[in-house]
Design a protein around this ligand. Structure first.
Ligand code: TGC
Ligand code: FAD
Length: 392
């Protein structure tokens, strides 16, 4: 992997919309990615290994629970700061952002929102430092887009519950210390359960042979009569709306993250096009290459503006599920298109690990599927504007 020369595109002077604190937080994450992620990420990806050594750094840049109050160990930041951190992490690699998204939005968020005070004090401070790592189990082998059909279940056994079932495609599962798992009770009501590594009957087999998100660990969660203490059930909210509420927060982070991946590819392609000489001049001087680059910066700029506005709405408590869906869907597709165009600008070099583009492209094939597929987000918009439910 070449030296990380990244320079962030800011065509519409978006920096002027950020506070000094936002810029400080973003720049710290950007510098950390350059120093500690870029030099090691290509090898981790080639070896299909999650680089665990980056966990303390992720905690230091505030990537674990940025918006969780300081009382519980979080950084107490606003939603734009959270988004900017996700943008910078995904600029490095979607898998790095994934680890932080899961920890923040899918593990800390449900404990913060739906847990009682004892649960918050027990888990959140240690999740914020990365001493404890978590994962989120919603998807099952037979229920992906339709999580409401889940069959994982808990049964009341007096002073504890018994958990049975299996979750699949779970980020961080192979090394997570705890899992926030969604399961139905006898009445068919979905409950949040905190499962701890070491509980009898709980295993986390790793999923191998991925061509995407290779630097992120993915696995299953298997529950075979796992005895769950009653104090491990999230008490403050249940029903499908509870896990879906967490997804709003994670999808918001992904919307920002995808911009990071797109910016990295654009910046790489722009630099390459100025240096690569064919037919006696830089390829940047050919109209066809300029078309690609000009369209890329236009799409990045549109996404930056859309996403910043979403962040403002989220800070005001006004961002809707449908707005978040539109933004996630738009930005991930935009980023994937940019990986493909920028890969072409690099010619054959674009397929090598000397540059980050192909890795971003493969990663984004997961990002466009997880946290709601591209189709599901379109249908969420469709339902919102027409009032007609086309899911079922
Ligand atoms: P539906 O009938 O629409 O809703 C059921 C109940 O939930 C409420 N609700 C929400 N509540 C809070 N926030 C939201 N965003 C909500 N969306 C819906 C809704 O009001 C209802 O409440 P109630 O009280 O009436 O019961 O549910 P449905 O079964 O029709 O499904 C709708 C659909 C398809 C949109 C939804 O299920 C969906 O989003 N499917 C996609 C599944 C998905 O995104 N899975 C992601 C798994 S986690 C993951 O991928 C992590 S990757 C992480 C990484 O590595 O970065
Ligand atoms: P399916 O739901 O089977 O969909 C297959 C196709 O059918 C898709 O194109 C979809 O758009 C389409 N489709 C489905 N329903 C409809 C409909 N009603 N109308 C039109 N088209 C439809 N899950 C977790 O719980 N936790 C995690 O940490 C997690 N991490 C992940 C990490 C990776 C690397 C990946 C790839 C996935 C992860 N997931 C995780 C799972 C992810 O959320 C699901 O893959 C996703 O929700 C889609 O489910 P599925 O793969 O079962 O596809």
């Amino acid at each position: 992997m070449k030296k990380d020369l990244f320079q962030a595109p800011d065509y519409f002077l978006m920096d002027e919309l950020l506070t000094d604190e936002h810029k400080l937080i973003r720049d710290a994450a950007r510098e950390w990615v350059k120093r500690d992620v870029s030099p090691i990420i290509e090898e981790a990806c080639q070896k299909a290994e999650f680089p665990k050594q980056i966990l303390p750094g992720l905690a230091e840049v505030g990537a674990f629970g940025p918006y969780i109050p300081t009382k519980y160990g979080g950084a107490g930041l606003d939603n734009i700061s959270y988004g900017l951190i996700m943008q910078e992490l995904e600029r490095g690699d979607s898998g790095v952002r994934s680890t932080a998204s899961v920890q923040s939005s899918l593990v800390m968020y449900p404990i913060f929102k739906y847990g009682n005070e004892t649960q918050k004090m027990k888990y959140l401070p240690r999740l914020a430092t990365g001493e404890l790592m978590g994962c989120f189990g919603l998807t099952e082998p037979n229920h992906g887009s339709d999580p409401g059909g889940m069959t994982t279940n808990i049964k009341d056994a007096g002073d504890h519950y018994i958990l049975n079932g299996a979750k699949m495609w779970i980020s961080n599962s192979p090394f997570a210390d705890i899992a926030v798992v969604w399961a139905k009770n006898e009445a068919g009501r979905i409950k949040g359960v905190i499962v701890e590594r070491g509980m009898d009957g709980f295993t986390t087999p790793e999923t191998h042979n991925k061509w995407s998100l290779r630097a992120s660990a993915t696995g299953e969660l298997v529950f075979d009569n796992v005895k769950i203490p009653k104090e491990n059930i999230l008490t403050e909210k249940d029903g499908l709306g509870a896990p879906l509420g967490c997804l709003d927060s994670a999808r918001y982070g992904i919307a920002w993250g995808a911009i990071g991946a797109a910016m990295d590819c654009y910046d790489t392609a722009l630099r390459y096009s100025k240096e690569r000489i064919q037919f006696g001049k830089p390829i940047a001087a050919f109209q066809l290459q300029q078309k690609k680059l000009a369209e890329m910066i236009t799409e990045i700029t549109k996404a930056q503006l859309l996403t910043w506005r979403l962040g403002v709405l989220k800070n005001e408590g006004r961002a809707t599920t449908a707005q978040i869906s539109m933004c996630k869907r738009n930005n991930v597709e935009m980023a994937l298109n940019i990986t493909r165009e920028s890969r072409q600008i690099l010619g054959a070099m674009g397929i090598t690990g000397d540059y980050s583009i192909m890795r971003h492209m493969m990663n984004l094939e997961s990002v466009i599927t997880y946290e709601g597929t591209h189709d599901i987000h379109l249908l969420i918009t469709g339902l919102d504007i027409t009032g007609e439910n086309a899911f079922k």
